[in-house]
Design a protein around this ligand. Structure first.
Ligand code: ATP
Ligand code: MG
Ligand code: MG
Length: 348
């Protein structure tokens, strides 16, 4: 079969590679780490830097198409891929999604509504942001944040004074009062067709996704059409191909945009068993120009729980329940806050 190149070596790449293998593709993983849980299930692995244009070009030469599972890859060097293979989703999607100022500006230009926000490059910027937006709020690094890393909650202006600014570009966001969080996950094909999975209600603990539940409660479901309309506009504006995720806060005033991820998403892991076609398979279908599969529910519902850190689990009990589907990522070492696997429990 043809080879799909994947930038990034984590569990999302691993699950894309597993879905690709089912469709007869080989996957070639490109990542900077020496060991990769995606490479463990792929046909080939190149250890390389995301900035090494020569290595990226050589990698792309052997690929029919290149995709990514990790958004904190600098976009400019990826131009080295394009003479050799198409890159789906496009590098522009990375540029927008990997920078919180870019993604909020982009979404606002399309009519979306994020929390009030301000770019913060200095102490004076932070003071001005607090004066305009008020507290509580969250100071975040513009780039490289995930699982709530690189974030400081500011309860009042005096608390802001105590924070030592990290010397990186930052953004300050007003704290959103929400009654729930949800995500819109869509797949867009090469021909522009868009399909949406049901939106899960997402519960975070300490900034990390803990649980996704489908169907979401009715008060969240009521906000999904507006959120989907925005997500479709984002996908079209980027000429996007593949799976795209937008995270939202469900508020009394309707959906408030949080952030986007130009990739398959943890809140879509339930689709592996809970939908007729998983996010991983539809991502592969989209980037390979194949017809998209149905995103309809395959059960009455699904609950996905992340397995985080080194918490003890009763594997026998989990596996003994026929509603449960266990996924372990094969990571060598558990660390606090590290995603080690997930369990999807179908509502049959
Ligand atoms: P991810 O792993 O989803 O990429 P991240 O590090 O980019 O996470 P965010 O999505 O910005 O982090 O924030 C993580 C969580 O923190 C959110 O899902 C939400 O629960 C809370 N949060 C973030 N920003 C705000 C806000 N402005 N108001 C209220 N809660 C917020
Ligand atoms: Mg994020
Ligand atoms: Mg998030």
């Amino acid at each position: 079969g043809e080879t799909i190149g994947i930038l990034g070596g984590g569990q999302l790449g691993r699950m894309i590679a597993l879905a690709a293998a089912q469709l007869g593709y080989r996957c070639h993983i490109y990542a900077p780490e020496s060991d990769s849980i995606a490479a463990d299930v792929a046909a080939a692995f190149t250890r390389g830097s995301y900035d090494d244009e020569a290595a990226l070009a050589a990698f792309a030469e052997g690929c029919a198409v290149v995709t990514y599972e990790f958004e904190n890859v600098a976009a400019p060097p990826l131009a080295a891929i394009l003479p050799h293979a198409p890159l789906h989703p496009p590098a522009r999607a990375l540029e927008v999604a990997q920078d919180r100022v870019n993604e909020k500006s982009f979404v606002e230009a399309l009519g979306g509504r994020p929390a009030p926000w301000a770019q913060v490059d200095s102490r004076a910027d932070l003071d001005a942001a607090l004066a305009r937006i008020g507290a509580p709020g969250i100071l975040k690094t513009r780039r490289d944040g995930y699982d709530g890393k690189g974030q400081w909650r500011i309860m009042d202006a005096s608390a802001a004074e105590a924070i030592e600014l990290p010397g990186k570009p930052l953004i300050y966001e007003g704290f959103v009062t929400f009654f729930g969080e949800f995500s819109v996950i869509l797949v867009r094909g090469i021909d522009g067709e868009i399909r949406f999975w049901d939106s899960a209600e997402n519960v975070h603990e300490a900034g990390i996704l803990a649980r996704s539940t489908v169907p979401a409660p009715p008060a969240i479901v009521a906000q999904v059409p507006e959120a989907r309309a925005l997500a479709a506009k984002v996908a079209e504006a980027l000429d996007y191909v593949g799976v795209l995720t937008l995270e939202f806060f469900a508020t009394a005033d309707g959906p408030v945009f949080n952030e986007m991820a130009p990739r398959v998403h943890n809140s879509g892991h339930w689709t592996t068993e809970g939908a007729l076609t998983s996010q991983f398979e539809n991502h592969v279908r989209a980037i390979c120009g194949l017809p998209l599969g149905s995103t309809a529910l395959a059960a009455r519902g699904a609950v996905m729980d992340n397995l985080i850190g080194d918490a003890a689990h009763d594997w026998a009990a989990i596996l003994s329940d026929p509603a449960n589907h266990l996924h372990l990522y094969g990571k060598a070492a558990a660390r606090p806050g590290r995603k080690m696997g997930h369990v999807t429990r179908l509502v049959l």
